[in-house]
Design a protein around this ligand. Structure first.
Ligand code: BV8
Ligand code: ZN
Length: 239
């Protein structure tokens, strides 16, 4: 295999598009004419927790119907192929909160924007997984203290989990190769990861259906839907 290790894979909403999950900024990304940036914020939740939960409940119901596609499965295959050589030379960092990578079997991964299936109590701090779709009541309340629950995701203006970010930045700084799959490369600090890797001399391959701000800087730009482009690219690596 010609791939320079360690390998870092960064994914965004585009990798789940062919599974039917609405992307953030694509034409299907709107909900009741709200943009994600207007609803995925602590301010929006404080102002109207029910509205924000109606949006998340809609997304959870949409995502619950979706299954991983060939691109998710390709990343699982790449992980086992690379990890066979050296278990510490693979990391998947996903911006997605849909849980499709875990469903496909990915293990060595960081979910830097959290999970739509996790909930946290804003009063007592309890957190856990709730896969009910639809949710029984909006907003959902904490079983132990009756406080309001929030989605277990990172909102705009919120800091990412320090450990998750540290491990992701370490992987970017040490990467030999980075695969950037289905992201508009607009949201920071996630979008800074390929930039960091490029500065350190990593070989960066972007998989997207259109150009992004990262495109001019990558070594390989593979145009096409990820569920076709990624398995085809990987087949060429292991030939
Ligand atoms: C933070 C979870 C410190 C919630 C999300 C100005 C400059 C720089 C930064 C900022 C700035 N102003 C504000 C900021 C900071 C802000 C930011 O980056 N804003 C952007 C919009 C400018 N970042 C933050 O706030 C972050 N925190 O910085 O903390 C801090 C602390 C206090 C105060 C200030 C700063 C937190 C960011 C996390 C936000 N949460 N999601 C939820 O999901 O509900 S981000 C959200 O966008 C999703 O996670 C999503 O993954 C992410 C990125 O979007 P993409 O995944 O790329 O999806 P998108 O729809 O955009 O694009 C899809 C791509 O796929 C497209 O390129 C498309 O062409 C392609 N595609 C489509 N179909 C296919 C395909 N590709 C292949 N195949 C296909 N079939
Ligand atoms: Zn509670």
């Amino acid at each position: 295999m010609s791939l320079r290790l360690p390998l870092l894979v960064l994914t965004g909403a585009g990798i789940s598009a062919e599974s039917g999950v609405p992307t953030f900024r694509g034409v299907d990304g709107l909900w009741r004419n709200y943009r994600a940036e207007e609803l995925a914020t602590p301010e929006a939740f404080a102002a109207d927790p029910k509205l924000v939960w109606e949006w998340y409940d809609w997304r959870r119901r949409e995502i619950a119907k979706c299954t991983p596609n060939a691109a998710h499965r390709s990343i699982v295959e790449i992980e086992s192929h690379v990890a066979d050589e050296d278990p510490d030379s693979f990391l998947l960092v996903t911006q997605n909160v849909d849980g499709l990578h875990e469903l496909a079997g990915s293990e060595r991964m960081e979910r830097i924007h959290g999970s739509i299936w996790e909930v946290q109590c804003i009063k007592c701090g309890w957190s856990g997984v709730d896969r009910s779709a639809p949710l029984k009541r909006l907003p959902p309340t904490c079983r132990s203290c009756k406080g309001t629950l929030r989605p277990g995701v990172v909102w705009f203006g919120e800091s990412l989990n320090a450990g998750t970010l540290r491990r992701s930045v370490d992987a970017a700084e040490g990467a030999g190769t980075v695969l950037v799959v289905g992201t508009s490369s607009l949201v920071y600090p996630a979008a800074a990861l390929p930039e960091t890797a490029l500065r350190r001399g990593a070989h960066v391959v972007e998989f997207n259906i259109e150009d992004t701000p990262l495109t001019p800087f990558v070594h390989e730009s593979v145009r096409g839907p990820a569920a076709e482009a990624l398995p085809q690219w990987w087949a060429r690596q292991v030939k």
